[in-house]
Ligand binder design. Sequence first.
Ligand code: PEP
Length: 252
Amino acid sequence: MREILVAGNWKMNGSSAANLELVAGIVAGIPKGRGFGLLVCPPYPYLSAVSEQVKGSAVKVGAQTVSEHESGAYTGEVAPGMLKDIGCEYVIVGHSERRALYGETSGQVAAKFVATQAAGMTPILCVGETLDEREAGTTENVVDEQLAAVIDAAGIKAFENAVVAYEPVWAIGTGVTATPEQAQDVHKHIRAQLGARDRGIADQVQILYGGSMKGENAAGLLAMPDIDGGLIGGASLKANDFLAIAAAAARD
Ligand code: PEP
């Protein structure tokens, strides 16, 4: 059985003081039960401090993006080895905000995925369609293209140590959530795409849902057979909101 991953993407939010309180609240309130993991992805400047603060707890730390390069003259960039060095275990790659606002191409996303694994961390590969693409009936084509770019670059076996996040762009930060059925349809499709290349890998890979997930809708989404957790933006910024999603994921 696949474990549920509850992952918080803090985006460009927080401060030293606010993070201290948020992480303390999360660590203190981890729900009882099994079958789920917790991950927080703070902005770069706070990764070290959060990494120290969660030591000894079940909470893991990830980054929101990474350079595809190992080192060198890339002003402003952060190398995968540096993230590993300060305790990161996961890196979000290809978030729709990175694709839309910073022009990250599927090729670049694939290179970041490969670089993340090469440094010994797990990439969380985000895929998902815009509202126009959904209305044009091209959701599956968009997701296929985003997935294929990574499979072509990294190989299907690389998904043994990777997480996929289906994040419909129209649901991110909008308060509009995909229905469990809408999300399940795309999750099932993603698993089938991976399964066409390697059934065993498709069966074990975690596919998270992201897009206005919160305590109130988490149980319905997580009840779907191909939804293995959440990538959570807004609701990851308050300990109680984040923990409500974790509570929905916990099994006896
Ligand atoms: C996200 O940024 O990945 C996200 C899903 O945000 P939100 O939960 O706020 O929609």
